[in-house]
Each structure stands twice: as C-alpha cells, then as structure tokens.
Design a protein around this ligand. Structure first.
Ligand code: CP
Length: 332
C-alpha cells in the first residue's frame, strides 16, 4: 500500500500522472471515485486552503470527509512509543490509526513541528506512526514537507510556462516576524529539482540553509532528472534571469527552539521582501507563494496584485491535485 508522505518516495512520472489527472479535473472532468468512501482529516494546526480543498474535493467525488482536531474536538494523541502516558494525551496513535482505518478509506494528517528540537521534529514521527498503524493510505497535509502544495505548485508552473526542465527557479527566503516551518521550503527544493529545473536557494546566511536531507535529495534529483542546484546569499545575482520566484520564510535550523537568539539577525533581513525592483531583475518571472502571506512583509502589494503572481492559481490547484491524488490512492 502506497502512502503520500513525501514526494521523495514518488518518481517524476508518477507525480506527472497525478498532475495530468488534476488538469482533467480543472477542465471540468468529474469522478465518483470516493462514492460511499470516507476520509479522515486530522488537523493538529490551523488551515484555510488545505481543509477547504480536502473537504470539498472529497464531497465532489461522492465521498464524506470528517475533520478531527486532536486536542480540541478529538482526544489529544500520544505518538511516542514505549512511554508512560501520564501527560495530556488520552489516546495513543496506535489505537487511533487502527480505529480510523476501520471507519475511513484515507487518513490525512497536518502536524507541524513542535519548534523545540529539530533533531526530534525532523523524524516526522507523528505521520510515520500513523503510516505504521493505518491499514489505509495516509496523506501528508503538511508536516516537515508539504507534498500536496508541491503538486499544486508544479501544476501551476506547467500551466504558465510549459515544460519546467532547465527553467531558472529561485526559492527565496523572506523575512517574517516569527520563525516558520521549513516544510514548504523543503518541498520547493524537492519538486523543482524533481522536474529538472535550475534551482537557486537564496537565503541570508548559511544558518538559513535547509536540512541537509532535502539539499541532498535535491542534488540526487538533479543527477536523475537534469537541471542544477546552487545556494546563494546574493539577492541581485539570484534574481537575475529567474523564470519562477517562489518565496517562503523559515526559521534558521541552528537556532531551532532558541528563537530569541535568532531574532536580532532575522530582524535585520527585512530587505529580502519580494518587490517590483527585484522582480524587474528576472526574466519576466512568475511569482508564487503557498499562502497565507503577510502583505508588505514577505511580498509587496504590487507583487501580489501583479499579473505574474500565480499564488491564487496555485491555491486553486490544491483542490484539483488532491482530488487526483485521493482518487488514485483509494484504488489500491
Ligand atoms: N498553503 C496551505 O497549506 O494553506 P493553509 O495553511 O491555509 O491550509
């Protein structure tokens, strides 16, 4: 049984098949692939796009989605093994995953890092525990990667510029007042490299490099699928000639859980904002962001409102790619 936890487990042609089906849904194709089926959506963190698109996508294909918020509308869960459960958790994921598997045909999980210890968070233990005990496919709705966002992003890129191979792709860090998850940045590297793009990771210093695991996967993808991968701290050089600019803010991993120490340096990096001056350096680049986005912090109003901004198209694509994904996984 195949899960959708990270695109690193999926070949380019398998991902393309999902995007191709998503294009059919976008053009109006219908499906009853989820007729008489149910989908559990477990949200440990807030959402606008993910919840709406999964709920609607399930309904549009004849299925029923059940939203659970562990710790709020559902019991708080323990996901460590061999522990004495004398804390706030009332239920272990071992039972929760097995029970939900008896009721539902897919289990989807959003569980952000705890932002205390990256060595622990990088294990992605919550979703791995669900995958271990679930007897139905598990879908990642964002943990330490955001693979559904990757599919929507790649669908949008292909819609706008055709074949992505060797197109210049810039992932730029941006300022944000709080340290954020690296998930979408990790995912940006995974999907752009998986489709053979010439990828530049722009960030203020080496402290903002992404986890070596994802940098290494990007390099391996480049070997397998072509393209290139480089890191830069030079804003003008990085924007020059770019064809896609993807913005995201994330907390520096060496300061994980010690955010007060990171803040003074991060607060000096507000000039990483995406603005018209920087976009003018590109080769008529598309701009995107996974959303939500703080306007005039990460990107200016002018960039968000420009014709080259495809963030809304990408957000729409979440619905189509997730319908394609669910309809494929449920067939197993
Ligand atoms: N991009 C994204 O996952 O949006 P939400 O956090 O609103 O679900």
């Amino acid at each position: 049984m195949k899960h959708f936890i990270t695109t690193a487990d999926w070949r380019q042609d398998e991902l393309q098949q999902i995007i191709d089906l998503a294009n059919e849904f976008k053009q109006g194709a219908t499906s009853d692939a989820l007729k008489n089926k149910s989908v559990a959506l477990l949200f440990f963190n807030p959402s606008l796009r993910t919840r709406t698109s999964f709920e609607l996508g399930s309904w549009q294909m004849g299925g029923h989605a059940i939203v659970l918020e562990p710790g709020k509308s559902a019991w708080p869960l323990e996901f460590e093994f061999g522990v004495k459960m004398d804390g706030i958790a009332e239920e272990h994921v071992a039972e929760a995953a097995q029970v939900l598997s008896r009721y539902c045909d897919l289990i989807c999980i959003r569980a952000f890092p705890k932002f205390e210890d990256w060595q622990e968070d990088r294990q992605d233990n919550m979703i791995k525990a669900f995958a271990k005990y679930s007897t139905v496919p598990v879908i990642n709705m964002e943990t330490i990667t955001h693979p559904c966002q990757e599919l929507a992003h790649m669908q949008a890129i292909q819609e706008k510029i055709g074949k992505p191979q060797n197109k210049k792709y810039l992932l730029t860090w941006t300022y944000h007042p709080k340290p954020l998850n690296t998930a979408v940045a990790n995912s940006s590297l995974l999907i752009a490299s998986k489709f053979g793009m010439d990828v530049t990771l722009l960030c203020p210093s080496n402290d903002y490099l992404l986890d070596k695991r994802y940098m290494d996967i990007a390099k391996k993808n480049i070997e397998a699928y072509g393209g290139s991968f480089n890191v830069s701290h030079d804003i003008e050089e990085s924007y020059a000639g770019a064809e896609v600019v993807y913005a995201k803010s994330w907390g520096a991993l060496p300061y994980f859980g010690n955010w007060d120490a990171e803040k003074p340096f991060r607060d000096q990096q507000k000039h990483f904002i995406v603005n018209e001056e920087k976009m003018a350096l590109t080769n008529n680049a598309l701009f995107s962001h996974c959303l939500p986005l703080r306007r005039n912090i990460k990107a200016t109003d002018a960039v968000m409102d420009a014709d080259y901004c495809m963030a809304i198209d990408e957000a729409e694509n979440r619905l189509h790619v997730q319908k394609a994904l669910m309809s494929q996984l449920i067939k197993q």
